[in-house]
Design a binder for this molecule. Sequence first.
Ligand SMILES: *[C@@H]1O[C@H](CO)[C@@H](O)[C@H](O)[C@H]1NC(C)=O
Length: 647
Amino acid sequence: MRLSDLYSFGAILSTLLLAPSPSFAFYVPGLAPTSYKENDLVPLYVNHLTPADSQQDRKLRSVFSFDYYHPPFHFCQPQGGPKDIRESLGSILFGDRIQTSPFILHMKNNQSCKSVCREQTFTPREAVFVNKKIYQGYNLNWLIDGLPAAQLLKDPDSDQPFYSPGFALGYVSENQPVLNNHYDIVIDYHQAGPNNYRVVGVLVDPYSTRDSKFLDVDHGQCPDEFQNNPVVLSEEKDTTVTYTYSVFWIESDTSFATRWDKYLHVYDPKIHWFSLVNSAVIVTFLIGMVSTILIRTLRKDIARYNRLDQLALDDFGGTSAVEDGVQEDSGWKLVHGDVFRPPKNPLFLSIMIGNGAQLFMMAGLTIAFALLGLLSPSARGSLASTMVILYTVFSFVGGYVSSRIYKFFHGEAWKRSFAITPVALPGLVFAVFFLLNLFVWARGSSGAVPFTTMLIIVLIWFIISVPLSLAGSWIGFKQPVVNAPCRTNQIPRQIPPSGGYLRPLPSMALAGVLPFGAIFVELYFIMNSLWFSKVYYMFGFLFICYGLMIMTCAAVTVLMIYFLLCAENYHWQWRSFCTAGASAAYVFASALLYWIKDLSFGSWTSGVLYLGYSALISILFFVLTGTIGFFASWLFILKIYKSIKVD
Ligand SMILES: *[C@@H]1O[C@H](CO)[C@@H](O)[C@H](O)[C@H]1NC(C)=O
């Protein structure tokens, strides 16, 4: 099959399965449309300033975001000071700080060169700060009727225009940082009925001009053309700047329901298809391998073992020579008396698996919700809020799984299992989050999560999550223990030394690369959306990738564990967890690579923040994939040892 065939196959698949819209982005517009009459006030809200790729080399130079009204920027404030707009928890966690603004927009009322505030004075110190932010390519983020103010960009591959949220604070011209102080706000509106208008698109074209000072700004008269007379903030003496804006209302046929389409632009959908086909091939190959190796050899093994049993029964041990010879035969049956022996540190392992199960459910359901379009991009932060809620609710699953696994491991320290399960992973995440937040806070960035939000999270954790987990643990504890099909011998069997790829590190390195291979392209796009504050919405791809990753984890771990058992090594519990979990090491490595390729931090604090969050993501990924690996191997081992007759 040629590659183009694969693409067209993929395209058909997408239309059939997942993609009502061509961009593979699917969302329910969700919020009811806001209708405006002519001359109605349309509020413009401002959000934090975020770092974007800088002009010089398209690299990201900082990870800190700043409040719009951070004093050195001298942006004009509304009368009576800015007010906070209520936001969802997820929106705050992801850094949004939405506030009111002094811009006055009336539906269908064009404005030209109105001033917002005159003669803002930048001291040299403030100029240094702002100039640095211009060099670092910071973006302004405004919201009008829930839509982000965007810049019109063109896809370099397809030449298609699309809206890229955010517009530049300034630009660098002839090695001088230039501050934008005039904004052309272009708003697309759609007429839904008589005197009923809706906002369906927002573009902002920023300019820099000293001319605004001389304009008759209060009566609104733009010059025919702005002279090339940009505003450069002097780092030696005070500079005064006047901010102005114009508003253009343009009629559009875009309906409210499809107004997000031009924002949700898929960069290079071919890459996604390619990666999807790629991982599908890996998975098919793996599953094929697992099924041929395992099912065929296993069936042979089982048949042979059972035939020998029959033989032994028939002969009443008469021809013991043959029997002995065969009993000494190598194979996984030999370790039947040890394979269900509890691992070292059963408490720790069962807690990790419980937390992994919680994470697994949360991730799967969040992606599924997003895929079904329940998490609309217009409801800001709904993705993060959903994650928090689902994670809290699934504490129950975490407790239950942890408790049942611990029981299977013949654990004794029940109280500790109950107590540690709900605090282990959330505690780690919270601790890292809190520490990194201290850095952000020390930098005076607005990205720091406010203390009250932290408090809310702690409260949710202790009031909802912990009791749910305890309840889950209790119910799991009351369930009968999962029966092992073979009795465990008194004395542990000697494990013959195994070499080659079965040693822990090589086996992990070998197996871990495959689950990573299933998701790395999506991972790249997720990182882009995390660090470059872009919207991520390709949940169709993500959903399939998540499924492929699960299958790869399961298949490759089962294969490894089979080889391990055949080598008469019965320490499969930790091994299976770490084998699948090893893909997290690749995730971390790819984060480092991403740093080299797309990031170039000016300060070490940015680097610390980046590394901290990358490490945290990798740890979560380790627990998630490790749990998948463990469960796959567990089911596999229960199954195969059930099918042979022992004793
Ligand atoms: C506003 O100005 C733009 C550009 O000049 C023009 O196309 C549009 O029709 C005007 N809108 C209204 C409502 O006058």
